[in-house]
Design a protein around this ligand. Structure first.
Ligand code: ATP
Length: 430
């Protein structure tokens, strides 16, 4: 895959309102991005898609929505205050900082070959809670979303009908002061994670780990078009944290090579034990049937929402040669993720009866489906615009519609046009 796909996607994302660099009028701020009118719809669809798959369709998973700032002790217990660090080297000539694995002998910025020794650099963002000087408390923006799940574990046990094995799911922001943010949203400093922490009896750990590993790959296979661009990366035994027996990443083949999309982690009883130690609260689960008391073990699946959306853009992007130097750019993105399911066009925007009829179609559909209106410019240009943002269908209302209630439906992927009755549009979109 060509390296310039990243440039093409970056340009398309900006041009069509998917992803904008944050604070652009001030020169931007590295590692922060906004989602535009099209991007926010895609991202919301993607989060809903995950939630449907991971929460709605499962009787043994419930969701929470935790805060970004927590008690600072959380990050001592989790090990982030001491150990959430990246290695950094600095170029002695241009003073740019890099992760050691990102330099190949020479500085990527100025070509110099002289660097400082590598040193550790903590990635947590610090802030303060409280208003009175002297009573302020240092706190952190969460470096990973999952910690709030551990904090709420007992509350969920006490407030729901769930029994182990069960999971707690969450989608939420995380913040990391990354040394080298870049590749659009792939490595950002503010991003969203989708996390499942699945609590099990230690004897069942192996079984549930394998179960979630397969489930998560299945999820990505249904989402992406190019199956051959998905694989597992198994972490080598000597690189595993002491409490893990195994770890796998779901990787996608990005323009710069295989890249992590999600991690499936064996966390044993580490997190709840740590929080129990630091808080002094017992975090044991009592089995209602056997009376056994134990700290549950955890299978974690933790992925990036922004990363997945970016990979989906790579996966969906096509340039099709229509002949005579005519290139069509199209995003063949999963219809559930597409910002709009259909675009509604009055063939001629200034003909009142056609516009009125088109409005009726828009109103009829917009109750149930996310549709978008466009009456600007010629139909060819409108098709091109919708292709670039991945809208699966374009519906055109014309003179014939006024006679027999039929409209033209044009398919994004095949460009085929069919005449259908207005009454059938709802079921086509469904
Ligand atoms: P990496 O090795 O790429 O830094 P990680 O192993 O530190 O990632 P985890 O802590 O396991 O990542 O976080 C889970 C998921 O969160 C990752 O698989 C990734 O999709 C996402 N993620 C992590 N860091 C970032 C970031 N800086 N920007 C965007 N997404 C991220």
């Amino acid at each position: 895959m060509s390296q310039d796909l990243l440039q093409k996607i970056t340009a398309l994302a900006k041009r069509r309102g998917i992803i904008f660099p944050n604070s652009e009028i001030y020169g931007g701020i590295g590692g922060f991005y906004d989602y535009g009118p099209v991007g926010v719809e895609m991202k919301n669809n993607l989060k809903r898609y995950w939630w449907k798959n991971m929460v709605d369709k499962r009787e043994n998973v419930v969701g929470i929505d935790g805060t970004i700032i927590t008690h600072p002790k959380v990050w001592e217990a989790s090990g982030h205050v001491q150990g959430f660090s990246d290695e950094v080297v600095e170029c002695k000539k241009c003073h740019q900082r890099f992760r050691p694995e990102d330099i190949q002998e020479k500085c990527p910025k100025c070509g110099s070959t002289e660097f400082t020794d590598s040193r550790k650099y903590n990635m947590l963002f610090k802030t303060e809670v409280g208003v009175v000087e002297g009573e302020k408390m240092d706190a952190y923006l969460r470096g990973e979303a999952c910690q709030t799940i551990y904090l709420d574990f007992m509350n969920v046990v006490d407030s729901t009908r769930q029994q182990i094995p069960f999971g707690i799911a969450q989608i939420g922001k995380a913040f990391r002061n990354e040394v080298t943010p870049g590749k659009l949203t792939f490595r950002s400093r503010e991003f969203e994670q989708w996390d499942l922490q699945f609590f099990v009896h230690p004897d069942d750990m192996e079984k549930w780990f394998e179960y979630w590993k397969e489930e998560r790959m299945k999820f990505y296979k249904e989402l992406y078009r190019k199956q051959e661009n998905l694989r597992f990366y198994e972490h080598p035994q000597d690189k595993l944290v002491f409490y893990a027996k195994k770890a796998f990443d779901v990787e996608y083949l990005s323009p710069w090579g295989w890249a992590e999309n999600e991690g499936i982690h064996w966390r044993s009883d580490y997190d709840l034990t740590q929080h129990s130690k630091f808080s002094g609260k017992e975090l044991k689960y009592t089995d209602p049937k056997t009376g056994e008391k134990y700290i549950p073990w955890i299978v974690e699946t933790s992925g990036g929402v922004d990363r997945t959306l970016l990979m989906l853009l790579f996966d969906a992007y096509e340039e099709e040669d229509l002949g005579d130097g005519n290139i069509r750019t199209v995003l063949k993105i999963h219809p559930e993720i597409a910002a709009y399911k259909a675009a509604v066009f009055p063939l001629v925007g200034n003909k009142e009866d056609i516009s009125k009829k088109a409005r009726e179609v828009f109103d009829l559909l917009s109750d149930k489906h996310k549709v978008v209106w466009d009456d600007r410019g010629n139909i060819g240009k409108r098709y091109r615009y919708q292709d670039e943002i991945g809208t699966p269908y374009c519906i055109t209302i014309d003179y014939e519609t006024l006679e027999n209630n039929s409209v033209t439906v044009r398919d994004r992927d095949t460009m085929e046009q069919k005449r259908v009755n207005i009454e059938d549009l709802d079921s086509i979109l469904s």
